[in-house]
Design a protein around this ligand. Structure first.
Ligand SMILES: NC(=O)C1=CN([C@@H]2O[C@H](COP(=O)(O)OP(=O)(O)OC[C@H]3O[C@@H](n4cnc5c(N)ncnc54)[C@H](O)[C@@H]3O)[C@@H](O)[C@H]2O)C=CC1
Ligand SMILES: CC(=O)C(=O)O
Ligand SMILES: [Mg+2]
Length: 371
């Protein structure tokens, strides 16, 4: 199979879909790999690192989309990339379709087969291709939230850890999964007073067992959430219902109960965000103010630490990428029900229920397509 990796074009996105190690493995499996010139530069992988392992460097994304059987990327295809996708072509990348009707329509129209990193599962019910980027975004959240809280950035002028004689900031994390746990640990490590909210009692039990000395837990009822949000200096949005649009857990009205200059870091923005007032921002212009509350809503946070993120993502995607290349998507998905969970679009049909529900589009069962 011919695998193609274009340079990412989302604003300030410095990751790349394939590391030289991943490309090397694909070539060792008998595949051809082409990559757009400069695609790895932002992650510290120059063209020469790919040439050394047998990759062919091409000048344009057009050439990749015109000739590759499988496109391996990081972020959802942008409008100009979607125009280049072809019938029968396999796309392996993050998609986040539930909050994105335009992208969904374009993917359906293209006739491509699209497997979304964020809905591939594992045998423990986890999301192995989302987890590494959630770990990164979770660790970044207190860092960007601390910056947002600085007075010059519109924040309250509160230092997360406080100082002797001055209490630390109160940080509330809504959702105690991968993002939430990493955010809570880093915020606690910076000295903040941290509480994690979740709807899952087993998850809260685990967090309490493992991290009792670092942060507190609370059940995410509407009442508890409202009280904690009101008292918070920083609120991190970290909930997920896999593949679905994020539930809106904090309304615009609630902002008026918050401390002026408090910071919201809505990591769940890639699934539409869990604050009513969230809208996606970019690394170039990451924050905005609604009713005196500063919002940080960057949908590709891990792109800021591209080298770490590219390597972490590549470690997770490589075995799935190799299975898709070796067997073709149909056999690879027939052999691995967890990879089949990643199938969101095939030949003009939507195949992921939570996306269909969010967008009001009929869904075809993915099982029917692998028979
Ligand atoms: N903005 C960015 O750059 C990035 C965003 N993300 C996003 O962050 C979000 C969280 O991802 P993960 O932590 O990996 O998910 P996860 O599945 O590990 O954790 C989600 C947690 O939310 C909890 N939850 C679900 N509904 C809830 C509710 N109504 N109230 C309270 N808790 C609730 C679940 O019980 C679970 O513990 C996802 O939308 C993911 O796509 C991840 C990486 C980068
Ligand atoms: C998960 C995701 O959207 C990202 O890593 O950019
Ligand atoms: Mg996105």
């Amino acid at each position: 199979m011919k695998l193609g990796c274009p340079k990412e074009i989302k604003p300030q996105e410095f990751r790349v879909g394939m590391t030289p190690h991943a490309a090397h493995e694909a070539i060792a499996h008998g595949h051809e790999v082409i990559i757009e010139t400069g695609a790895g530069d932002g992650s510290g992988f120059p063209d020469s690192a790919y040439i050394d392992v047998g990759v062919v460097i091409v000048d344009t994304a057009e050439e990749i989309f015109a000739t590759a059987d499988m496109i391996v990327k990081v972020k959802e295809p942008q409008a100009v990339e979607r125009k280049m996708l072809r019938e029968g072509q396999l796309l392996f990348t993050y998609l986040h379709l539930a909050p994105d009707p335009e992208q969904t329509r374009d993917l359906l129209d293209s006739g491509c087969t699209a497997i979304a990193y964020e809905t591939v599962t594992d045998r423990n019910g986890g999301l192995p291709l989302l987890a590494p980027m959630s770990e990164v975004a979770g660790k970044l959240a207190p860092q960007v939230g601390a910056w947002t809280l600085q007075k010059a950035n519109g924040g309250r002028g509160v230092l997360l850890g406080g100082v002797p004689g001055v209490r630390p900031a109160k940080v509330v994390v809504i959702g105690g999964g991968h993002v939430g746990t990493h955010a809570a640990r880093v915020a606690a490590g910076m000295g903040a007073d941290v509480t994690v909210l979740d709807m899952s009692l087993p998850r809260l039990r685990y967090l309490d067992d493992a991290f009792r000395s670092e942060f507190k837990t609370s059940y995410a009822s509407k009442g508890n959430t409202a009280e904690l949000v009101e008292a918070a200096d920083m609120v991190v949005g970290a909930v997920l219902i896999p593949g679905a649009a994020a539930p809106k857990l904090v309304t615009r009205e609630q902002l008026s109960t918050m401390k002026p200059g408090a910071a919201i870091v809505d990591v769940a923005i890639d699934q539409g965000g869990c604050f009513e007032t969230s809208k996606p921002t970019t690394h170039e212009n990451p924050i905005y103010d609604v009713d005196g509350i500063m919002h940080y809503c960057v949908a590709n946070m891990p792109g800021a630490v591209a080298r770490t993120s590219t390597i972490a993502l590549g470690n997770a995607t490589m075995p799935f990428m190799l299975a898709l290349a070796d067997k073709g998507w149909k056999q690879a998905c027939a052999d691995n029900p967890h990879l089949l969970e990643g199938l969101n679009v095939h030949a003009g049909k939507l195949t992921y229920y939570a996306v269909g529900k969010a967008l009001g589009i009929d869904v075809t069962s993915p099982q029917l397509l692998i028979k």
